[in-house]
Design a protein around this ligand. Structure first.
Ligand code: UD1
Ligand code: MG
Length: 458
């Protein structure tokens, strides 16, 4: 059930100049999804009603990235005049709302629901709670300024801080729970005053300062896990937070009985299933949406991309890339192979250097390698192509476009043709009907290089 005493505002209107490139900052991906999606995932667990995302720069792109997946409302900040100004953009949607308002930034993807819950319950009636931490490298965070008695005075941004203030290691992590009505009263005060800081912006941090001056209760929550609150402003920050979220993802799989030989060189996106007993060898990359069954082996140096599905006991070894492909139970592709838009049946063996040529320059096509089939080393399937049940290809075979190698047969050569019975020259004519172009004299003769083979170049 939605919580009517809690609303949430997530700020996502900034350009993110320090990230470089045209992509709105909050859309940069970490472990397979955008920073904003990570933030919203944690926020929506609290079921705030409403949850408002403030958009501005790249508005359409940001809205599209959430459409249909996240139950949020959008408010537009017409000009990026600062974090307080962005909160004000959401005000109209909260008319008459009397509860608490959680305000977060869309660039803190590693935040955790439990800390948000704690922050909300710490918010005093009529007051504010916000999150701080003591960190070694406080640059780019707002500093918590205190008086001689240690009482909170306000938050100073790095660029506005004096040298002594910059030395402060207690920082604002950028998560606030406000008493709703009071938030908008103090916000009005900020927006009415001139912008006196370096960036000439309206700062949300100054709203917190006003709460303090107005003598309402300000509850400061300190966390011992500041990594969960990394604010991402640069590519360097993005790389740091990737490590944090990656460790969390891997820890979850390890706890469920997945063996990860070297977590430091294993890259697994969020939304990946891995069955118990499966081993991930070093330097393995597993993209979002991959489904790996139990007791499989993956890597070293394997790349499972979107929609790779490995059923129980399947093996994907060195330098194998799998994209939108299913490997049936016990199927193996141990070396140097590309399986894209493919289905590999149970127990099939895909030899070293096999390629599914799935892209003809305009469209993707499917390769099917049926149950128990044996693919000789260096085979190329020019898709669409099928290797029937228990069928085999010889080393270096090129199975041309539209071909189906019948069950149990062995085809060899370029283009692949049925293996001639021992002691004969030329192809096995009784099987010619199995492929297009059959009967074309220029194409007969297994093992002979094909003339005019259009499929191979596709
Ligand atoms: C902010 C805080 C700082 C804190 C840090 C924590 C302020 C003034 N400073 O600084 O105290 O230590 O976060 O990570 O709040 N945004 C808008 N509209 C705007 C400006 C920003 O929607 O006009 C959004 C951005 O998209 C971003 C978030 O607000 O998601 C924070 O803005 P950012 O520029 O990253 O603030 P910081 O400098 O990191
Ligand atoms: Mg930031």
């Amino acid at each position: 059930m939605a919580d009517n005493s809690l609303a949430a505002i997530v700020l996502a209107a900034g350009k993110g100049t320090r990230m470089g490139g045209p992509l709105p900052k909050v859309l940069h991906e970490v472990c397979g999804r955008s920073m904003l999606q990570w933030v919203l995932d944690a926020v929506l667990d609290l079921k705030p009603s409403p949850t408002i995302v403030v958009v501005g720069h790249g508005r359409e792109e940001v809205e599209r990235s959430l459409a249909g997946k996240f139950p949020v409302e959008f408010a537009e900040q017409d000009e990026p005049l600062g974090t307080a100004h962005a909160v004000a953009a959401a005000q109209a949607r909260l008319k008459g709302f009397e509860g608490k308002v959680l305000v977060l930034y869309g660039d803190t993807p590693a935040l955790r629901t439990e800390s948000l819950r704690d922050l909300v319950s710490a918010c005093p009636k009529g007051g504010v709670s916000f999150l701080v931490a003591e960190i070694d490298d406080p640059a780019s965070y707002g500093r918590i300024v205190r008086d001689a008695a240690g009482r909170f005075v306000g938050i100073k941004e790095e660029r506005d801080a004096s040298a002594s203030e910059r030395a402060i290691r207690e920082v604002n992590l950028g998560a606030y729970a406000f008493d709703g009505p009071r938030l908008f009263t103090e916000l009005a005060g900020i927006l009415a005053a001139p912008r006196k800081n370096e960036k000439s912006e309206y700062y949300l941090t100054d709203v917190v300062g006003r709460f303090e001056k107005a003598d309402v209760e300000v509850a400061i929550r300190r966390t011992t896990d500041p990594d969960a609150w990394l604010g991402i402003n640069s590519p360097r920050d993005l790389a740091r937070v990737r490590r944090v979220l990656q460790d969390r993802i891997l820890a979850r799989h390890l706890a469920r009985g997945v063996k990860i030989v070297d977590p430091a060189t294993t890259y697994v996106d969020w939304d990946v299933d891995i069955g118990e007993g499966t081993v991930l060898y070093p330097c393995t990359v597993v993209g979002r949406g991959a489904r790996i069954g139990p007791n499989c082996e993956v890597g070293p140096f394997a790349h499972l991309r979107a929609d790779a599905i490995l059923r129980e006991g399947a093996i994907v070894g060195n330098y194998v890339e799998v994209k939108k492909a299913v490997l049936g139970a016990g199927a193996k592709a141990r070396h140097l192979t590309y399986l894209g838009d493919a289905e590999v049946g149970a127990g099939a063996n895909v030899g070293a250097g096999t390629i599914t040529a799935n892209w003809d320059g305009r469209m993707k096509h499917k390769t099917t390698i049926e149950e128990g089939a044996f693919v000789g080393s260096g085979t190329v399937f020019v898709a669409p192509a099928t290797l029937g049940k228990g069928a085999r290809t010889g080393a270096g075979a090129i199975v041309t476009k539209g071909t189906r190698v019948p069950d149990g047969e062995t085809w060899v050569g370029v283009p692949a043709r049925p293996l001639p019975p021992k002691g004969t020259k030329g192809g096995n004519s009784s099987k010619e009907g199995a492929r297009p172009g059959a009967g074309d004299p220029s194409r007969s003769g297994a093992l002979a290089p094909g003339k005019g083979d259009d499929g191979v170049r596709g």
